[in-house]
Design a protein around this ligand. Structure first.
Ligand code: PLP
Length: 440
């Protein structure tokens, strides 16, 4: 029996981050996916310009991952990771640690980006306490940062829509300014020239709260969900220096930049800045099975290992941490990345990508275009009194034109699977060019 492609009742599913009523009136239903394309319920091939939600880095329907997952379900479907282990968890952790620069030698498994962020924040607090610096309890984030939807993540996150209704648990944090500076950097190709001095904001916040009260700063090396905000040249290095000076941990949220998005395995490599922890998820399994991983430095791990043996060093973990099926999917995904050179493929394509993207300069309402690796953003002038409407209407029209894009505010964000070919890039920007010319 084949499942109906269009269920009759759409009411029960309360859809996440979705205009539910708008969607349910005119659903955009996906029923299949292969390589660069989704299949829609009405039988169209939709080009995936966003790797799902920035996660399907190896492209859709990869046989190797499908086989690894099905074999794993048959062999060992589930095993606890509390006081137990299974070999693939250790194999995967060692392999991942080997991909990161030293001293990011240890890996804590989670199931999502949000969980990775909350895990890293908790490790930061517990780390300082373990070394007798329990007063370092404050966590710092950045305006317009997105760190998932857990209470930790929305606290350090800097998107008001994600914070405004969630009350008192968000206290104890502060934020530095975001780095988006259209006046000086509009239409820059790659890293913006101006704005390294935004990092000095951190000194101001430290002066306000005192370093003895601050545990960690978390930033996305490239902010994605808030509309692709790129770090100005020298900015991340400066953050690293200031954190070192004040004994504050630096956490990179690489949930979208991890696993090849910038043309290097991680943003850590691209910017040549080594933080104390790195949060990852999404591309770790190419989106096939939920999984996340937090990389922690040797210094942090060793501090916890000072506790007496036989004690649990960190009171944290998930039923599905290092789930065997997720581990199998991740190992197969890493094989594909290595065999096909996907973690550096964005570097080979980034000039072609940038040329095609920046060719949209001058089209109606386009006020900025930004790119790095295989990330692109087109910022539109909002319709007066109706922010988000212009970009969202392009999103709807793109879907009708067989192209999947994402929008946030009035920014179109693009992040295709890393298997993309030049013909697909042409298709993305021809479609967008046509739609922008017609935009209201
Ligand atoms: N952190 C960043 C930088 C993200 O972009 C996201 C998701 O887009 C998250 C965290 C949250 O990940 P998840 O939706 O898997 O919880």
């Amino acid at each position: 029996m084949t499942a109906p492609v269009r269920p009759n009742n759409l009411e029960a599913f309360w859809m996440p981050f979705t205009a539910n009523r708008q969607f349910k009136q005119n659903p955009r239903m996906l029923v299949g996916a292969k390589d660069m394309y989704y299949t829609s319920a009405d039988g169209r091939q939709i080009l995936d310009g966003t790797a799902g939600l920035w996660c399907v880095n190896a492209g859709h329907g990869r046989a190797k991952i499908v086989e690894a997952v099905s074999a794993q379900v048959a062999e060992l479907d589930y095993a606890p990771a509390f006081q137990m282990g299974h070999p693939k968890a250790f194999e995967l952790a060692a392999r991942l640690a080997g991909m990161m620069p030293s001293p990011l030698d240890h890996v804590f498994f989670t199931n999502s980006g949000s969980e990775s962020v909350d895990t890293a924040l908790k490790i930061a607090l517990a780390y300082h306490r373990a070394r007798g610096k329990g007063s370092k309890f404050r966590l710092l984030g950045r305006e317009r940062g997105y760190h998932g939807v857990g209470f930790g993540g929305i606290s350090v996150g800097g998107i008001s829509g994600n914070r405004k209704t969630f009350g008192t648990l968000l206290t104890g944090v502060d934020h530095i300014r975001h780095t988006h500076d259209l006046e000086r950097n509009a239409f820059t190709r790659g890293e913006p020239e101006y704005g390294a001095e935004f990092a000095d904001d951190l000194e101001k916040v430290i002066a306000l709260h005192d370093a003895s009260n601050i545990a960690a700063l978390i930033v996305e090396p490239v902010a994605g969900s808030t509309g692709v905000l790129l770090p100005p040249k020298g900015y991340l290095k400066r953050l690293r220096e200031i954190c070192d000076k004040h004994d504050i941990l630096l956490i990179f949220d690489e949930v979208i930049t991890g696993f090849g998005r910038l043309g290097t395995p991680f943003a850590v490599d691209y910017f040549d800045v080594v933080p104390d922890m790195v949060c990852t998820a999404k591309g770790i399994t190419s989106g096939v099975v939920p999984m996340g991983a937090v990389f922690a430095s040797k210094k942090i791990y060793d501090t916890f290992m000072d506790a007496p043996e036989n004690t649990i060093e960190l009171f944290h973990g998930y039923t599905y941490s290092a789930h065997p099926v997720a581990c199998a999917a991740a190992l197969a995904t890493l094989d594909i990345y290595a065999e096909e050179g996907l973690l550096t493929r964005a570097a080979e394509l980034s000039d072609y990508w940038a040329d095609a993207l920046h060719s949209l300069k001058g089209l109606p309402h386009v006020i900025d275009i930004r790119n790095l690796g295989l990330i692109g953003a087109i910022e539109l002038e909002p319709i007066a009194g109706s922010p988000t409407k212009r970009a969202f209407s392009i999103f709807l029209k793109a879907f009708e034109s067989n192209l999947m894009i994402r929008t946030t505010g009035d920014i179109i964000a693009l992040s295709p699977p890393l298997i993309i070919e030049k013909t697909h890039i042409d298709q993305i920007f021809e479609t967008l060019g046509r739609l922008l010319k017609q935009a209201d």
